[in-house]
Design a binder for this molecule. Structure first.
Ligand code: MGD
Ligand code: MGD
Ligand code: SF4
Ligand code: MO
Length: 741
């Protein structure tokens, strides 16, 4: 028996875990790590199941190739990379580099191999067709921050441990544990806020578990938060409640834009009473400190960018931006990664078919199927998918499912044969979770306290097995034309030399004027990713190194957040831009929408505590119970529509038969279906037993948040009808709980 410690990689909360393993490396227990200064022993059911997930017998252990007969065969790494080299080369030689698309799924933000090599892989491919889970998630936030502060990565987090007032819109951190706001034991922190006399208000079309622990919950009509927030902005300005303590530009323009959005005008649109909107504004202004926090439900909507913009506008107008108890920026242990210091621009290129603008070097996932299906120069013919399951997670998933079948070549880096990877020619599996070192580059940049923790691999790689970093490096070398046999270590050395070279030249850098070779020799780490981490830590402002992190296996508390906007601000004007032209355009679109009647029934999503997007349904300890793919419907709607145990849901894009779960917790006129389901026929045996349906049959890839191109998952117009089984006369035949072909 031995004990090992590591950060949980399953959601954004970065909880420390304490594992016990027997001599064969089998995990016998997983508990929260009580010595972690940030998570302090907190753990959720997912973290507690890490051992089962890690030892899932359905996990792929060796590379797989799909033969002419569509049967899967285990192959050696050499055979697999040989096939990838030939497959990509054929497409590039015939159709050019833009014919290869890259899709980077959500776990590429969590794994070291994903985050450290995704840029290099994209660059080596030289394609404009780069897609990631960002445009089915938080791209509206990046775009809004890009315009407001010049830096699309300048994402502030609510200072939840010190605030007096927290307004949460479209987030359910009691179940999701937070997102773009890393706070282990989010539920405990919310309870502590109330215990110290603070107030928590939740705006959500569903009375969620977060709403249940709040002082107040307000139903909002899906997709209309921007109207509600504009009503708050209007009130703050009209009642002279704004107390701005930053250098801002565009205040008069903002005042002009907000003029039409009086609480009385926006109230019938968003469903929140006008007097409540006024009171929200007054409470936010009067609280000693306050923070507005919003996530998926206020991001993956038609006016996602406008909503994210107005969230920060309110934080700024109430004097709560970059200030303790308000919203603040994390100072990471590593140097600020990905920050260019150049003012944000978008649309440096556009997608071929729908002309959608690039943002942060990528195109919207909502147009990937168009790019695969539409003939012409630049048509996507091959796909590299890393840690993604877009057939279940992208809007209009079934269309993508069909499109992937038509590709000339597809390679996936993924531990599972699933709804997406089944279309690949080659699947390259990363090692088990316990065989991976772990450092959360991204999530540690949005922590509610400055904090860091590195987890070395707990189990060694088996002979001949490749790390995820090596897989990514070899794909990169293939993409750059160096062939299947090139040494992945060479790429690491190139990246290290580039970074060290830059740092020795950069004025004020801790490495300024030093010798690159000497610095390289001084680096520590067992692999490319660890060496890179050592560099980034040593270039960070906390004066740490990999060695220092290894000496503190439970993590290091680096203190409360401190103001740092001036370091990050990089707009052309040098001020915070309250009303930049692209956002003023959104305000104009919102104004037009005021007159449009609301659809009768709107679909929203739902996250489940014992699940994570599409890929935890195969873990026996997480299956069943509350983890069900049901459509939540208000009892009044159930009665009005005469629904039975099942219902047919239809949208502009598709239809599904789903089990109905009547519940008073949902707003009348709104229905909720969780995403990530739809595992019928999957080779993941436990997932296939309770397959559920793919919510993205109903979502519509043709509707996006315009500035960001982000997908719209919440506020999708649908109709509901009773499901009449085949037996009853004249009824249409739909297979139970599945999508009609
Ligand atoms: N247990 C679990 N945890 C997870 C995940 C998971 O799948 N399961 N996924 C992880 C990922 S990838 C992410 S991005 C985060 C997301 O973290 P959250 O954003 O907290 O996740 P959700 O639970 O989807 O919360 C969105 C909320 O928005 C509400 N909503 C829907 N439409 C609207 C609207 O128009 N307006 C408002 N105001 N609210 C609306 C929904 O009812 C829901 O309660 O969670 C992460 N953590
Ligand atoms: N309708 C609807 N759709 C949604 C959402 C919604 O709220 N509603 N939420 C959206 C959001 S926020 C997100 S983030 C996306 C997620 O979209 P995706 O990232 O496309 O989907 P996931 O289900 O997270 O798939 C993760 C994949 O990574 C694999 N994987 C797991 N661990 C590793 C690893 O260590 N290495 C590698 N290489 N692979 C690994 C899994 O097997 C799985 O195939 O879904 C979006 N889709
Ligand atoms: S909250 Fe997230 S990080 Fe913490 S144990 Fe659960 S899944 Fe892991
Ligand atoms: Mo996400």
């Amino acid at each position: 028996m031995r004990t090992a410690h590591r950060t949980c990689p399953l959601c954004d909360a970065v909880c420390g875990l304490r594992l016990t393993l027997d001599d064969s490396g089998h995990v016998t227990s997983v508990k929260g790590d009580p010595d972690d200064p940030f998570s302090k022993g907190f753990i959720c059911p997912k973290g507690a199941s890490l051992g089962h997930l890690d030892e899932d017998p359905d996990r792929l252990r060796v590379p797989m190739m799909r033969g002419e007969d569509d049967e899967w065969h285990e192959v050696t790494w050499e055979e697999a990379f040989g096939a990838v080299d030939r497959g990509l080369k054929r497409v590039i030689d015939t159709h050019g580099r833009d014919a290869v698309a890259l899709y980077l799924g959500n776990p590429t933000f969590h794994t070291m191999g994903g985050i450290l090599y995704r840029g290099a892989l994209g660059q080596a491919l030289g394609t404009r067709n780069i897609y990631s889970a960002s445009t089915i998630d938080q791209m509206p936030k990046h775009v809004a921050c890009g315009y407001l502060f010049g830096d699309p990565l300048a994402i502030s987090v609510p200072d939840i441990d010190r605030t007096d007032y927290l307004l949460v819109l479209g987030a359910n951190p009691v179940e999701s544990n937070g997102s773009l706001c890393t706070a282990p034991d989010f539920p405990g922190r919310l309870k502590a806020l109330r215990r110290r006399g603070g107030k928590l208000v939740v705006v959500d079309p569903r009375r969620t578990r977060t709403a249940a622990v709040a002082d107040e919950h307000l139903f909002v009509r899906p997709g209309t938060d921007a109207f509600l927030l504009f009503g708050i902005v209007h009130t703050l300005l009209a009642e002279d409640l704004a107390t701005i303590d930053l250098e801002v530009a565009g205040l008069e323009e903002l005042r002009r834009l907000a003029e039409d959005f009086t609480p009385e005008i926006v109230s019938p649109v968003c469903g929140v009473p006008a007097e409540r909107i006024v009171r929200l504004a007054r409470e936010l202004a009067a609280a000693p400190t306050a923070a507005v926090y919003s996530r998926i439900g206020a991001c993956t909507v038609e006016f996602g960018t406008a909503t994210q913009w107005l969230v920060d506008v309110i934080n700024i107008l109430t004097g709560n931006f970059d200030r303790p108890g308000g919203v603040m920026f994390t100072r990471t242990a590593t140097m600020d990664l990905g920050r260019t210091g150049e003012p944000y621009t978008t649309g440096r290129w556009h997608s071929r078919v729908r002309g959608m603008p690039e943002s942060l070097g990528e195109l919207p996932v909502a147009t990937l199927a168009d790019e695969i299906e539409t003939p012409g120069h630049g048509q996507v013919k091959a796909l590299i998918a890393v840690a993604g399951n877009p057939v279940l997670s992208a809007p209009g998933g079934p269309r993508l499912d069909r499109a992937l079948r038509d590709l000339d070549f597809m390679v996936c880096v993924d531990p599972y044969l699933n709804e997406t990877t089944r279309h690949a020619n080659v699947i390259l599996p990363p090692p088990r979770i316990l065989q991976m070192p772990h450092y959360d580059f991204l999530l540690l940049s949005v922590t509610v306290r400055n904090y860091t923790r590195f987890s070395p691999a707990i189990l060694p790689l088996e002979p001949g097995q490749l790390s995820e970093g090596e897989i990514m490096a070899r794909l990169t070398l293939i993409a750059s034309g160096q062939g299947a046999g090139a040494d992945p270590g060479a790429l690491d050395e190139m990246m290290l030399e580039q970074i060290l070279g830059g740092a020795t030249q950069a004025p004020g850098s801790p490495f300024e004027g030093q010798d690159v070779a000497e610095l390289r020799a001084s680096l520590q780490g067992n692999s490319g990713p660890e060496l890179l981490l050592d560099v980034f830590l040593r270039l960070g402002s906390h004066g740490l190194s990999l060695a220092a992190l290894l000496e503190s296996p439970h993590g290091i508390d680096l203190g409360p957040l401190e103001p740092r906007l001036p370091e990050l601000l990089c707009t052309v004007s040098g001020r915070v831009e309250l009303a930049p032209p692209p956002l003023a355009e959104e305000a104009a679109r919102l104004r037009e929408r005021l007159a449009t009647p609301a659809p009768e029934m709107l679909l929203i999503g739902r996250r489940q505590l014992r699940s994570n997007n599409s890929w935890l349904h195969n873990v026996p300890t997480l299956a069943g119970g509350s983890n069900q793919c049901t459509l939540q419907v208000h009892p009044d709607d159930v009665t009005r529509l005469g629904l039975g145990e099942q219902a047919v849901v239809r949208s502009a894009n598709g239809e599904l038969v789903v089990p109905v779960e009547p519940t008073e917790t949902i707003m009348p006129g709104v229905v909720s279906l969780p995403h990530g389901w739809g595992h019928a026929g999957s080779s993941q045996r436990i997932a296939a037993e309770q397959p559920g349906v793919n919510a993205n049959v109903l979502t519509d890839e043709s509707v996006v948040d315009v500035p960001s191109g982000n997908a719209v998952f919440n506020g999708v117009p649908v109709t509901l009808a009773p499901y009449e089984p085949v037996e009853s006369a004249g009824a249409r035949s739909l297979p139970l709980a599945s999508a009609p072909a």
